[in-house]
Design a protein. Sequence first.
Length: 97
Amino acid sequence: MAPNTDHQKSVRAERQLRRIRSFYAAGVLLWAASSAWTGWKHPGSTQMWACALFTVVFAGLLAMASVWLRRIEATGAGRARHHAAPRHRTTIRHVNA
């Protein structure tokens, strides 16, 4: 098995950052909704501030993941992403004369 090249590592990192970015976006939405709900029911409570803190933390993580993803995409511009053979089968076509 061949050792990983820098290109393979960057493709893997890009894929992982895309996945974790969607996880962080879901976390921001969840904690923002929870913060709004708790702020409506119990304004100024410790639970509301904890939800607000988690919203800020997930928003920061989402921003950092997005910045890193843009940097990876900028350095990998113009490179082929897939090196595997095409999945469709090639067929031999006969010409009738």
